[in-house]
Design a protein around this ligand. Structure first.
Ligand code: GLC
Length: 440
């Protein structure tokens, strides 16, 4: 169920960590499904996944330092490899790798750092033969043979879309898979104390197969009523998750934009194609302006080391948030389009506008439509006051002038500069088309 902490948190850190870090292909679990490696070759990555440098306290400290207020760890991606010692019949790192439970220490460290704890869980599980057979419509023999060669399963399930023909035991086999999924979720929700957030992913074939999402939601509610659930549970989640694209129009209700620091979720060892801290902050401010959260991804390597470039990005973001925290936490979605150049947000009382300037104006920036008297305009990161004046308008007939704010040429924030516009009373906004002024 949605909890107030979620919308107040603003920034979360996504952690994609799994055996896919060993071969460094990118694309997490997708390489064997796309036919780039066989399933067996993919699974040899267990041997290289040592987690020997896994230091969940250090991870939690970095996440805290970034200004994020929650984290989400991939407990099981589509490859079906669990990071915890599942009792269910499915591959897990504790059973086949070099280390014990990876989820428990994460949960503990995250909680101890005062952060909210999220677990990612993929509905799709390509290690469950029944699930995979049903989705791809390959027989067990075909599937085993296909696992030995590079076989592109994606082609197959495209075909299935039009030709799906359930076998005689379909119902029973599908139910077995759903029971398996529910049992794994029970483990995650009962073994580690209260889990703040469940982040579901990818429900392949949901137009053909009934994933019983309402039943699953009810099951979670009963077991763990305070857990927030993302939208990837058909219509039964608590918030929307636009991915790699910031919405043009804010979705209704709570939402979270998830994004990579480079161009893939999993570790690749290549440090090119990173976004800069500025680019990420620019995106973050757009989310703030539309009342959404940003879930920024990191992908540790097979030993548990977070790539240095990602550490640096998180630190730079943390520095910016520290300087500008009042324009982050406790804010709500800001001015509609058309009033200002760039995103904005309001404080809780609605009498302060924060304007995020990632594009600096040549002289002044403007805000239209404010009826209120403006008490003061200043830069958030250093408190420096800015001169401002009203231009135009006709107050006596209810058309406010445009606020022109001069910006200093020095001492701007090295990333995104935030203006704080303090108003006399809660914002009173003009939304008309303007009129002829016939009384002056
Ligand atoms: C997509 C990808 C998946 C990734 C997820 C993160 O669903 O299939 O690999 O984990 O996005 O949002």
């Amino acid at each position: 169920m949605m909890q107030p902490w979620f919308e107040e948190a603003k920034l979360g850190i996504f952690i994609h960590w799994g055996i896919y870090a060993v071969q460094r292909r990118g694309g997490e679990s997708w390489p064997f499904v796309r036919g780039e490696v066989s399933y067996d070759e993919y699974m040899t990555q267990f041997d290289g996944f040592t987690a020997k440098d896994y230091d969940p306290e250090a991870w939690a400290a970095l996440i805290k330092r970034s200004g994020a207020r929650y984290a989400v760890l991939t407990t099981k991606h589509h490859d079906g490899v669990a990071l915890w010692p599942t009792q269910e019949e499915g591959p897990s790192i504790p059973a086949r790798g070099h280390c014990d439970d990876l989820v428990g220490p994460y949960v503990e460290a995250i909680r101890n750092a005062g952060l909210h704890c999220g677990l990612y869980f993929s509905h799709t599980d390509w290690s469950q033969p029944e699930h995979f057979e049903i989705i791809t419509q390959l027989s067990r023999e075909d599937l085993e043979a296909a696992h030995q060669v590079k076989h592109n399963y994606i082609e197959n399930w495209r075909r299935v879309d039009t030709e799906f023909a359930p076998g005689p035991d379909y119902e029973a086999r599908w139910q077995r898979f759903l029971d398996f999924r529910q049992n794994q979720l029970r483990e995650l929700l009962t073994e580690y104390g209260n889990i703040d957030l469940l982040w579901f992913d990818v429900m392949i074939g949901s137009h053909l197969h009934d994933y019983k999402s309402r039943e699953l939601r009810d099951f979670i509610r009963e077991l763990s009523p305070d857990t927030v659930i993302n939208s990837r549970l058909e219509d039964y989640g608590d918030y929307e998750t636009p991915e790699q694209f910031i919405p043009v129009q804010a979705p209704d209700g709570p939402w979270e934009f998830c994004v990579t620091t480079n161009n893939t979720w999993s570790y690749t060892g290549r440090e090119e194609q990173y976004k800069s801290a500025f680019e990420l902050l620019h995106m973050f401010c757009e989310c703030l302006g539309m009342g959404g959260n940003m879930l920024l991804n990191i992908g540790p390597d097979e030993h548990g080391v977070i790539p240095p470039a990602q550490v640096q990005l998180l630190e730079e973001i943390g520095d910016w948030i520290q300087r500008n925290h009042e324009a982050v936490y406790g804010t709500r979605r800001g001015l509609p389009h058309g009033y200002a150049y760039g995103p904005s947000s309001f404080n809780e009382a609605g009498d302060v506008i924060y304007l995020y300037l990632s594009h600096l104006p040549r002289e002044c920036t403007t805000v239209k439509g404010i009826h209120n008297q403006v008490k003061r305009v200043s830069l958030v990161h250093n408190g420096m006051e800015c001169t401002q004046r009203r231009v135009g308008g006709a107050d006596w007939i209810g058309v406010p002038g445009t606020l022109h704010i001069d910006l200093p040429t020095q001492d701007l924030d090295p990333q995104v500069t935030v203006l704080k516009i303090e108003l006399e009373g809660p914002l009173d906004l003009y939304s008309g088309e303007g009129v002829e002024i016939n009384v002056n």
